[in-house]
Design a protein around this ligand. Sequence first.
Ligand code: UD1
Length: 424
Amino acid sequence: MKDQFVVNGGARLSGQVRVGGAKNSVLKLMAAALLAEGTTTLTNCPRILDVPLMQKVLEGLGCDVEVDGETVRITTPARPSHDASFEAVRQFRASVCVLGPLTSRCGRAVVALPGGDAIGSRPLDMHQSGLEKLGAKTRIEHGAVVAEADELHGAEIHLDFPSVGATENILTAAVLAQGRTVLDNAAREPEIADLCDMLVSMGAQISGAGSSTIVIDGVESLHPTEHRVVGDRIVAGTWAYAAAMTRGDITVGGISPRHLHLPLEKLKIAGAEVETYENGFRVRMERRPLATDYQTLPFPGFPTDLQPMAIGISAIAEGTSVITENVFEARFRFVDEMLRLGADATVDGHHVVLRGIEGLSSTDVWSSDIRAGAGLVLAALVADGTTTVHDVHHIDRGYPDFVENLARLGADIRRERVEEQPIY
Ligand code: UD1
């Protein structure tokens, strides 16, 4: 059996919605709990499928994990297992974030590598070279990345690209290394700052979190903590684009607007009225959006995870937009589905040119990843007639209560469970 969303386009979304904790933060924070013996408590955790998946990974490493609504309690034993080569790890890519904590805590880590990814090749070379600079030996063996270190020591590390995952694995290894690590060209995403906040509350010594140079002074040991997960800026950004695309009026809570500065600026250029508050924002749109160009870049640039939403709004905008993807190579697969909805789009390398049309035309579309799936739902909201979005298990991995929230805001959408039909 498979779930699909059935959307009748044309509704103008309005009302209030609150976002929970960030998917891209909670999984790393759960992995960071491996760094300290005892019970670490995380609050404001999103109710998404990836949290129980990560729970399985941590349980496989010897932790006790209790998921109680938005609170997750992880009890880490004195000696967690170093072997994360079991099936649950291979099932989702983010589980690679146990590599840093296991290397520093156990002196050895074996982490299964996931299969191919719909958004492009995702090598681990920067994760490996960072750990090697800290004194570990790493290799790929039998479908797993292996890291071994008698002792980790501080080092100067310069990343070729500000990779989020590599920054996280280097941070979680360096906090227990001997001496000082200077990590240059580090990722600056709010989720990195959130991880650093949690590590500091566990006793780590870190400065420069949220900037491109992070300095870590290794400590002997860390202690468990209680930490609140930062709000999900990508889910919040999705609501902002939903408001603008449907000419609606949505107030979003639970998010610092500073984490969405550029996406909100882009919406203003497109003709939206945007008000920001300390812990939220409101987006109102009265007109057909104006065409706007986008370039995805590491934070504080425009997030690659909102690129499908940028394509969605450009598809129905007045004028022509050019969207350039600089982070993931194969992320334009989504455009094929937009073509099925009638979008006038041409892909050329890592650029897509969209000549805006008045409205999209409903049909069946297939989600290829979390964000592409959410992007298709937004497109379906502005298509005439009934669109069926298939493979929504991707969307469930990142958007808690998506259908329920959309319906509350006025969308005509329902979830259906159907028997899977093979495609030959
Ligand atoms: C994280 C997010 C993902 C987001 C991305 C960029 C999670 C679970 N996922 O993914 O939603 O889209 O950040 O904001 O947090 N690269 C290498 N070698 C490496 C590491 C990365 O070449 O060792 C490349 C990747 O192939 C990609 C680019 O660097 O082209 C960015 O990847 P990275 O920032 O590491 O993204 P993730 O941490 O995988």
